[in-house]
Design a protein around this ligand. Structure first.
Ligand SMILES: [Zn+2]
Ligand SMILES: [Zn+2]
Length: 106
């Protein structure tokens, strides 16, 4: 069922006209084509950006910090600013041996 884009009435096959054409029962609207071929819009969904947890440790220095998990006495460390300026930086550690991560609460 198709409807007139002008007045919303039902479109019916036009008598006497070229076959296949549809015309509005109320106004003089005649559809141009047999069937309006709607081009399907190919809306591409935005690809999910995978956040790869890269190991940034290579660039970070080591420090003498005891791992709470395996008691290894060496860990990489880096600092993260948790909030905009009003808090001190939080230190994070990663055990060089077992890769356990923890943070230092100051
Ligand atoms: Zn109409
Ligand atoms: Zn460890």
């Amino acid at each position: 069922m198709m409807f007139c884009p002008k007045c919303g009435s039902i479109l019916a096959p036009k008598e006497g006209g070229k076959k296949g054409k549809l015309g509005c029962v109320r106004c003089n609207y005649v559809s141009k084509e047999k069937q309006e071929v709607k081009l399907q819009e190919t809306v591409e969904k935005p690809k999910k950006i995978e956040i790869i947890d890269e190991n940034p440790m290579k660039a970070y220095p080591k420090t003498k910090e005891e791992c709470p998990k395996c008691s290894n006495r060496e860990a990489y460390f880096w600092t993260v600013q948790t909030r905009a300026g009003d808090e001190a930086e939080t230190r994070f550690f990663e055990c060089t041996k077992c890769r356990h991560r923890w943070r230092e609460y100051s």
